[in-house]
Write a protein that binds this ligand. Structure first.
Ligand code: MRU
Length: 406
């Protein structure tokens, strides 16, 4: 490739999740970037308990199927380090089993949660079966889950290497939600294919769907692509048909939360509509996912549990940012407002706004109501795309025709 061809620059992308030990008190923690506040705040959360990771998962601070699987595995090891009072291998395993069962159920749709929790659990059982001492088993479990983070990045790079050749040179591709580096340990699945394809001169442009109601596409995917230097345009979800009808989309690339034995695939709500449109406009539709997302125990998509989320997500929208005071007077007013901690501003109806001091800055978190209070709302987080609408499933092991997955 000539030297002047631009390359995806991932050096500015944060790690999604990692294990570390606090240098002050020596307590281990699972650290993660709070994805609810990206891109305008870059908070890092430190979880020290299983429930801490569970809360991060349920609030979507940690999200995206592969990242959820890693979070579940790390949560089991975190329980072992910080919460288990076991003195024997048997007691330890009983606690690990409970921890794994609980974290696997933190959200219902992505199979990766159960996959990650089970991998950690099975490794713990193997260690005790091999007569490893309890202390060594605990250490080995931490090392094991940390290795899972590195393995995930390698898996994503293999998915990308398998997927990029499917695209024609100078493709314009469309993606939904965020199946990027943030949804994995690093690199991403659908966006991973895009990063590698861009480096191989296969991508000219990316269309990112906004992904209502929580705007993972608008907040996270556009941010990742902008960080990486890949030309992209944000569209509202209901504009996909418009850009396809113009002939501006050569392929659709999405991630997956669960792929059944027959190839039916659950992914962020809105994916099904895109697949129907892609078929109408004869555009190839690719699902990019690790094999850990395949659930052969489900024959077809009708069995996939679809998460129903809080109606408030659809009744309004959230915004986060850092306030830059204009002059000393405004800064003093903000100091006074936040002197006793975070301050909730009051509205006659609906909106919520909290201002809090973060170091020397002031952070704003808001939720704006856009519907009439009390409106009836249906808010499924995922939908199921039938296998017949999927051109290929791209995994780290190879590219599959969904009908032949079994
Ligand atoms: O609710 P989210 O943000 O966890 O939903 C994420 C998605 O649906 C992603 O597209 C999917 O997990 C694939 S991520 C590689």
């Amino acid at each position: 490739m000539p030297a002047d061809v631009p390359k995806a620059d991932l050096s500015n992308l944060p790690r999604t999740i990692w294990w570390d030990t606090d240098p002050v008190d020596g307590v281990p923690g699972v650290y993660l970037i709070d994805q609810t506040r990206l891109p305008l705040q870059g908070d890092i959360l430190c979880c020290r308990t299983l429930v801490g990771v569970e809360t991060a998962i349920q609030s979507l601070a940690l999200r995206g199927a592969p990242a959820l699987g890693l979070g579940a595995a790390l949560a089991v090891a975190l329980y072992s380090e910080n919460e288990s009072a076991a003195t024997t291998g048997e007691e330890w395993l009983a606690g690990i089993d409970q921890a794994a069962e609980r974290i696997a159920q933190a959200r219902p749709t992505a199979i990766n949660l159960a996959w990650g929790a089970n991998r950690a659990k099975e490794h713990a059982h193997d260690l005790i079966a091999q007569n490893t001492s309890l202390m060594s088993a605990k250490e080995a479990l931490v090392a094991f889950v940390q290795q899972m983070l590195a393995d995930d990045e390698a898996t994503n790079r293999a998915i990308a290497a398998n997927g990029a050749p499917l695209l024609a040179p100078h493709s314009r591709v469309l993606t939904h939600c965020n199946a990027g580096s943030l949804a994995t340990a690093f690199y991403g699945t659908a966006l991973g294919v895009i990063y590698t394809a861009f480096n191989n001169d296969k991508i000219d442009h990316v269309w990112a769907c906004e992904t209502r109601p929580l705007n993972q596409g608008a907040r996270l995917t556009t941010w990742e692509l902008m960080c990486a230097g890949i030309p992209n345009t944000l569209i509202a979800d209901n504009m996909a048909a418009t850009v396809m009808a113009q002939g501006w989309v050569d392929a659709v690339l999405v991630g997956a939360d669960r792929i059944c034995a027959n190839g039916d695939t659950a992914n962020k709500v809105g994916t099904l509509g895109l697949a129907v449109l892609a078929q109408h406009f004869a555009i190839p539709f690719y699902v990019c996912a690790p094999t850990s997302t395949i659930d052969r125990s489900f024959a077809d998509g009708s069995q996939i549990p679809i998460e129903q989320r809080d109606p408030r997500e659809l009744a309004g929208f959230t915004a986060s940012g850092i306030i830059t005071p204009q002059g000393a007077q405004e800064a003093q007013a903000l100091d006074a407002l936040t002197a006793a901690g975070s301050h909730d501003l009051s509205f006659k109806a609906g909106h919520q706004m909290t201002v809090e001091r973060k170091g020397g800055a002031y952070a704003l978190d808001a939720w704006f109501l856009t519907t009439p209070p009390g409106a009836d709302i249906f808010n499924p987080a995922f939908d199921v795309t039938p296998a017949r609408l999927i051109t290929n499933i791209i995994t780290e092991d190879g590219v599959y025709n969904p009908a032949r997955l079994g």
